[in-house]
Every structure is written in structure tokens, then in C-alpha cells.
Design a protein around this ligand. Structure first.
Ligand code: HEM
Length: 154
């Protein structure tokens, strides 16, 4: 299925994930707006859990694909292959790896503490970790696109 998408030189899995990441930021914004403006805790909770599970599955498929196919063969034609591709990958991983652990931590703490019915301490702690997790996810998405463009589009 390589090259079936006009988006880039990369394979289906890489193209699909790069494209699908565009949905993550709007979903997080809706979730944040709902909890902040409308105190719609139920929707926020559900959206964040769904996002966490879907992203977890995406990471699983992505990691399998990397082990089986790799990515370098699609990046070799890039004019930046020997310059910016590796630094941008490392830059991206500086976001992606902490984001992975932050999301596991934030989700499990929120679920364990049942913060929608709990005291203010838990809630302000969740606000801190929630905002950090959301910012880290935005950084992961933007740096991921930078790498994707340098490696597979340019
Ligand atoms: C990784 C997943 C999550 C992220 C990134 C996240 C993010 C956030 C953010 C940024 C806020 C602060 C809104 C603001 O005042 O600016 C917030 C508030 C809140 N979240 Fe989450 N959240 C996540 C998961 C959950 C889950 C699973 C629950 C429910 C069990 C939950 C329940 C709440 C509640 C009740 C508030 C309101 C706290 C308050 O203002 O007193 N969140 N979340």
C-alpha cells in the first residue's frame, strides 16, 4: 500500500497517524471547553478516556510497523536526510516519550481519585497535570509534523 496517499513518501500507517493527529487537538479543545465553561465533567471524562485508548492503540500499531518496516527508506530521498531529519526526530521524541507517561499518569490519577466528586486538592492537582499533559500532546503533534515533513514530504 506504499505511496497510495498523495500526502507523502511514507507508508499507510505513518500517513494515517500523521493525518489522524489533526483530530487530537480539536477533541482536546472541546473537552477542555466543556469542563471549563460548562462543568460538563461526564463529557470531559469520556472524551479523555476515549482519546487515551485510541492513542494507545495507535502507538501499538505504530510501534509494530516501525519494528516490521522502519521509516528510513521513505526518508532517504529527502534533501534533509543527512541534516535535519535526525535532530527533528530527537526533538519530537523529547515530547512524545514524556507525553506517553504523562497521559498514563494523568488518566490513572483522575480515575483513581474520582476527581469529579472529590475535594479541591485533587482537582487543582488534576488541573496542573491535565494542562501539562495537554500541552505536551500539542508539542508531540507539532514536532511530529515537523519531522514528518522534513523526512517524508520535502
Ligand atoms: C489525560 C487525560 C486528561 C487530560 C489531559 C485532562 C485535562 C484537564 C484540564 C486541562 C483541566 C483544567 C480545565 C481548566 O480549568 O483549565 C481538567 C479539568 C478537569 N478534569 Fe480532566 N483531563 C484528563 C482526564 C480526566 C478524567 C479521566 C477525568 C474524570 C475522571 C477528568 C475530570 C476533570 C474534572 C472534574 C475537571 C475540573 C476540575 C476543576 O476545575 O475543579 N479529567 N482536565
Amino acid at each position: 500500500m506504499d505511496g497510495w496517499m498523495p500526502l507523502s513518501r511514507a507508508n499507510f500507517v505513518l500517513n494515517f497517524i500523521a493525518l489522524a493527529m489533526a483530530a487530537v487537538i480539536p477533541v482536546m479543545l472541546v473537552s477542555w471547553y466543556q469542563v471549563r465553561q460548562h462543568r460538563n465533567y461526564g463529557l470531559h471524562r469520556r472524551l479523555q478516556i476515549i482519546l487515551g485508548v485510541v492513542l494507545g492503540l495507535a502507538i501499538l500499531v505504530f510501534e509494530l510497523d516501525m519494528r516490521l518496516n522502519g521509516w528510513r527508506q521513505y526518508a532517504e530521498a529527502s534533501p534533509y536526510y543527512t541534516t535535519f531529519v535526525m535532530p527533528s526526530l530527537i526533538f519530537h521524541l523529547c515530547f512524545a516519550i514524556p507525553t506517553f507517561f504523562l497521559w498514563i499518569f494523568t488518566l490513572s490519577l483522575a480515575l483513581k481519585q474520582r476527581i469529579h466528586i472529590q475535594n479541591g486538592n485533587h482537582r487543582s492537582r488534576h488541573r496542573f497535570w491535565g494542562r501539562l499533559s495537554a500541552l505536551a500532546m500539542i508539542g508531540t503533534t507539532l514536532s511530529g509534523w515537523l519531522f514528518f515533513w522534513l523526512a517524508f514530504v520535502a
